[in-house]
Design a protein around this ligand. Structure first.
Ligand code: DGY
Length: 329
């Protein structure tokens, strides 16, 4: 029987399956473990089940040499130092595919909420300030015929493209390594800077990598047409939040809908007071069935490694050279 350290309570039945065959050592309910708590939890463990809020770095891996696999309950693995894991001979796994449709649905919810002023309208009604229908009241913009620009045409980006096309949008996309034949009527731009002036709504679906940190900065926000919208359900650090606030303040952007934040869970103080932003607490994959499927896949990864088998969704494989597959969402 191996010891599996788990940093959080998890939905679904995956943990029961794990506990039937291995000892599960779980961080108590509450806030995410500090670095010291994480090291104490992982000490002597054979496997580690982590969330995006758990920092798995070289120091942690060095302090826990018995860990053979880090199974992240997320598709993004930016919380794990992949090079350090590779050097330590540790598998790193993620949970792709099972969250694609839920995250794409939520992206459309953000897009619709910001362009149709849904959250602002909800606040008006709750405040008792709705005085009746008027033809010029609280007008937003329609999606039909507008251009959606997608940054990152991986699984989630393509699922968003399918939905946007069904809403009558034209889809432009930028991806430094686009999938061969995306099979969708999407106009690909090899240059992000060339795509930005062409879009009405920009939505981000790239992983957080050194090359994508603050990819959407003041200069690129200025390349968007006046009146454009920004949607971000990828990682907060892809957007320079201060530059976003400035672009909203000067009216260059018509609005933004964010599910993720640069210093999550902190939110830039310039955002919550604005009516032209929709702010969600990192809910992209938050459906019961999706979260249960993510946990199941993470547990399958752990069980496979502990049984000496190749895990179903590896990002880093012990002994491999070069980057893993964590560069696509
Ligand atoms: C992911 O999977 O990377 C999400 O951000 C967490 O749901």
């Amino acid at each position: 029987m191996a010891v599996v350290a788990v940093t959080s309570e998890l939905p679904g039945t995956g943990l029961e399956r794990l506990a039937a065959v291995h000892e599960v050592r779980r961080h108590p309910r509450g806030s995410p473990p500090s670095a010291a708590e994480l090291a104490a939890l992982a000490a002597g463990a054979d496997a580690l089940v982590t969330l995006v809020s758990d920092r798995v770095d070289a120091a942690l891996l060095a302090a826990c040499p018995s860990v053979r696999v880090v199974a992240n309950v997320a598709v993004g693995v930016n919380n794990v130092d992949l090079e350090a894991a590779r050097a330590a001979g540790v598998w790193v796994t993620n949970t792709p595919d099972v969250l694609t449709e839920a995250t794409a649905d939520f992206t459309m919810a953000l897009l619709l909420a910001v362009t149709r002023r849904l959250v602002e309208g909800d606040r008006v009604v709750r405040a008792g300030a709705f005085t009746g229908w008027r033809p010029d009241y609280m007008l937003g913009v329609g999606l039909q015929g507008r251009v959606l620009g997608i940054v990152g045409l991986g699984r989630i980006g393509r699922a968003v493209a399918r939905r946007a096309l069904a809403f009558g949008m034209t889809v432009h996309a930028h991806d430094p390594a686009p999938p061969a034949g995306p099979g969708l009527p999407v106009t690909l731009f090899s240059s992000l800077d060339a795509m930005l002036p062409t879009v009405d709504v920009l939505t981000l679906h790239c992983p957080l990598l050194p090359a994508t940190r603050r990819l959407i900065d003041a200069r690129r926000l200025a390349l968007l047409p006046r009146g454009a919208y920004l949607v971000n359900a990828s990682r907060g650090e892809v957007v320079d939040e201060a530059a976003l606030v400035a672009a909203l303040e000067r009216g260059h952007l018509a609005g933004a809908a964010l599910d993720v934040y640069e210093r999550e869970p902190e939110v830039h103080p310039g955002l919550p007071g604005r009516d032209d932003v929709v702010l969600a607490p990192h809910l992209g994959s938050a459906t019961r069935e999706t979260r249960a499927a993510m946990v199941d896949l993470a547990i399958d990864n752990v069980l496979a490694v502990l049984a000496g088998r190749r895990p179903p969704t590896p990002v880093v494989e012990p002994g491999e050279r070069g980057p893993g597959t964590g560069d696509r969402e």
